[in-house]
Design a protein around this ligand. Structure first.
Ligand code: APR
Length: 251
């Protein structure tokens, strides 16, 4: 049955996105058929312990993923969300995705709950970088390396991907900004998340308590489906095309 919802009937919209949002761009999801965690073991490549044990292996995995995502383009769904932000009063993206495709499609107000594949940091000296284009060939922190060259006892340390790995805490400021947007929303559209990773999976409850209309877009049921007023069992681009009917064209 077609959804009776149109984004143009709402003024404060939050798009809450997961890996299924980028599936039609060719980015593999984490779970289900072809999911990353079917092929890779997160305990050896996506947690702090693995990084301390074998940073080269962890970087091999992340450079592989950076290479893969770099070849992908935002899909029509990403573009529709970006257009919503251009033409509607208040639109925020709260995403679990680390691929940067919302920003590449033109979305400006994006809260990345799980960090970004394109951010790098050093936990020892605070150095940070965000470079979409380059593979990370030199794994050492440049600031620590420069210091080590002038200090006899200094040792350079590895750069760390700016991603929230298993066992890491989410950034307090990102969670706060996300909750503020959800609390103020009148429409919350969840797209392509299995809703099994906490605390992110719990965030739509904030919008529900605030009285927003909740829409879930996912070809499959999720453990959170009952929370939603409308469930659209189709892909991100199909469902967004329907919800965005009548949206004025952007600049
Ligand atoms: N359109 C919409 N949804 C889709 C599509 C599509 N084209 N293709 C797949 N999906 C749905 C799947 O049915 C599934 O429910 O997307 C969901 C993807 O689920 P996950 O792979 O578990 O991704 P996500 O929910 O984003 O994972 C959460 O887990 O490993 C961590 O940090 C990682 O941020 C990630 C978190």
């Amino acid at each position: 049955m077609p959804s009776p919802i149109r984004v143009t009937d709402f003024s404060r919209i939050v798009f809450f996105t997961g890996a299924g949002m980028s599936a039609e761009s060719g980015v593999p999801t984490y779970r289900g058929k072809g999911g990353i965690w079917k092929e890779y073991d997160f305990e050896s490549c996506a947690c702090q312990e693995a990084f301390e044990r074998d940073p080269d292996h962890v970087w091999e995995f992340h450079n592989y993923r950076r290479g893969l995502v770099r070849k992908c383009e935002p899909n029509e769904g990403h573009r529709l969300i970006a257009r919503c932000e251009q033409v509607l009063p208040s639109v925020t993206v709260v995403t679990q995705n680390i691929d940067g495709l919302h920003q590449r499609a033109g979305s400006k107000r994006v809260h990345e709950l799980h960090g970004s594949l394109w951010k790098l940091r050093c936990d020892r000296c605070g150095w940070r970088d965000e470079d979409f284009s380059a593979p990370v060939d030199d794994l050492l922190c440049p600031a620590c390396k420069a210091l080590a060259a002038t200090t006899p006892r200094g040792t350079p340390v590895y750069k760390r991907p700016g991603i929230v790995w298993f066992g890491d805490s989410l950034s307090g400021s990102v969670v706060q900004a996300s909750c503020q947007a959800l609390d103020a929303s009148d429409l919350m559209i969840s797209i392509g998340t299995s809703a099994v990773v906490f605390p992110a999976a719990q965030l739509p409850v904030v919008a529900k308590r605030a009285g927003a209309t909740l829409v879930e877009i996912n070809p499959e049921d999720t453990p959170m489906s009952e929370l939603y007023d409308h469930c659209m069992r189709s892909t991100a681009t199909e469902a967004l095309t329907e919800l965005c009917q009548g949206l004025p064209s952007g600049s």
